[in-house]
Design a protein around this ligand. Structure first.
Ligand SMILES: [Fe+2]
Length: 350
C-alpha cells in the first residue's frame, strides 16, 4: 500500500477503501466515519486503493487527447445539445450556476470539452421519446477504439460510484442500502476536458473559473499534470497535490441540497499553469435517476433544522443549471429567466 501520509495532501483527507473493496465488514464502518468527516468539513477527499488501474486512467486520458487533436470542424460536427452531451468549444461556457459569487465571473472558461452520458441505444424508448438527459450519445467518426475506451471507463467509474453508495448512506446514518433505489439506472455524465496552456499574465483567465459542482459526487482520476485548486472553508485557494493514479472526489450542490447543507459542496477551479503543456482531465459526475425526487434526507432535518428546499429531480435541477452555464443551451432554450419554477427553490449563495 502506498504511504500517502508523506505526500502534500494534508489539507484534503485521504480515504483508503482497499479493505472495504475486499469485503472487510469492520472496515466499512470505519471508512464511513472518515467519509462523514470529510464531507461535513472539507467537501473533498482523495480516494486511494480504489481498484481503478493507472493503465485505464492513462488510456482514457490518451483517448481524450486523440479526440481533441481532431480538426475543429470534426469536433464542431458533434456540437453540444440540450442533453448536455457533445462538444463544447473553447470560451463558450461560464461558471454562473454555483454558490460562488457569479458577479466575479468576467471571462468565459478557457477549456474545450466533450461530454457523454449513459450510452443508450437509439431505439431506447427514452431516446425515441426525446426525454431530456436520456439521449443516445454522439460519437466521432474515424477515431477507432475511442468509443470502446470511453465506455469501458464509464463502466469502471459507475461501478466504483455504486460501490461508494453504501458508505455514503452509512456516513449519513441511513441504512446501507438506502441509495439503491435512487441510483438504480443512475445518471452520469463524463466530461473529457482539454485545457490549452494558459497565456501567462492573463488576469482572471481560468480553464474553469471558481465554481461548485452540480453533482451528487464527482470523481476525478489524476493524470500527471496538476491544475485543480480548491478553496476550503477558512482557507485561501490551494493547488491540489494528489498522487498520479489517485482519485480526487468531491460532492456537489445536489448533494448539499439533498443533505440540507450537512455535506459540503466546496468551491474549486482549474487552471493550466504548466508552461507549454496541454492538460487533459476526465471528471465523472454521478447522480440519481433523472426522475427521482430528491427530498431532504430524513437524517438531515429536525425541529431545529427544517428542510431548506423542496424536492427536486435531476432533470429539473439541470435545466436550470445548464441555462446558466452553457452558451449553447442559452442560445437554444433561452436563459434561466424562462425557467422561473426552478430558481425559486435554489438558493445560490446561502
Ligand atoms: Fe468542478
Amino acid at each position: 500500500m502506498k504511504d500517502l501520509s508523506q505526500s502534500k495532501t494534508d489539507f484534503i483527507p485521504v480515504i483508503d477503501i482497499g479493505d472495504y473493496l475486499a469485503e472487510d465488514a469492520d472496515a466499512r464502518d470505519v471508512i464511513a466515519s472518515e467519509l462523514r468527516h470529510a464531507m461535513e468539513n472539507v467537501g473533498f477527499y482523495i480516494l486511494d486503493n480504489h481498484g481503478v488501474s493507472i493503465e485505464q486512467i492513462e488510456a482514457t486520458l490518451e483517448a481524450v487527447k486523440r479526440f481533441h487533436a481532431q480538426p475543429l470542424e470534426a469536433k464542431m460536427a458533434l456540437l453540444g445539445n440540450e442533453h448536455n452531451i457533445g462538444y463544447m468549444a473553447v470560451n463558450t461556457s461560464r461558471s454562473r450556476a454555483s454558490q460562488v459569487d457569479t458577479d466575479a465571473v468576467t471571462k468565459p472558461n478557457f477549456v474545450e470539452a466533450f461530454f457523454v452520458k449513459r450510452d443508450l441505444p437509439s431505439d431506447h424508448s427514452d431516446v425515441v421519446a426525446g426525454k431530456l438527459y436520456r439521449p443516445a450519445n454522439m460519437w466521432p467518426e474515424n477515431l477507432p477504439g475511442f468509443r470502446e475506451t470511453i465506455l469501458a471507463y464509464c463502466r469502471t467509474m459507475e461501478a466504483l460510484c455504486q460501490r461508494m453508495l453504501p458508505l455514503y448512506a452509512l456516513a449519513l446514518d441511513l441504512p446501507a442500502d438506502y441509495f439503491e433505489e435512487p441510483f438504480a439506472e443512475a445518471t452520469y455524465s463524463f466530461r473529457m476536458s482539454h485545457y490549452p496552456p494558459a497565456e501567462l499574465g492573463e488576469k482572471d483567465q481560468f480553464g474553469v473559473s471558481a465554481h461548485t459542482d452540480s453533482s451528487f459526487l464527482t470523481m476525478l482520476p489524476q493524470g500527471d499534470l496538476p491544475g485543480l485548486e480548491v478553496k476550503l472553508p477558512g482557507h485561501d485557494w490551494r493547488l491540489v497535490k494528489a498522487p498520479h493514479g489517485s482519485i480526487v472526489v468531491n460532492s456537489g450542490d445536489l448533494m448539499r441540497r439533498w443533505t440540507n447543507h450537512r455535506f459540503l459542496s466546496t468551491p474549486h477551479r482549474a487552471i493550466n499553469n504548466n508552461p507549454g503543456k496541454d492538460r487533459y482531465a476526465i471528471p465523472f459526475f454521478f447522480d440519481a435517476h433523472v426522475d427521482y425526487p430528491m427530498s431532504c434526507l430524513p437524517t438531515c432535518q429536525g425541529l431545529e433544522n427544517p428542510a431548506r428546499y423542496e424536492a427536486i429531480t435531476y432533470t429539473d435541477y439541470m435545466k436550470w443549471f445548464s441555462r446558466k452555464n452553457y452558451d449553447h443551451v442559452r442560445d437554444k432554450a433561452g436563459t434561466e429567466a424562462d425557467d422561473p419554477g426552478v430558481p425559486r427553490t435554489q438558493s445560490v449563495r446561502d
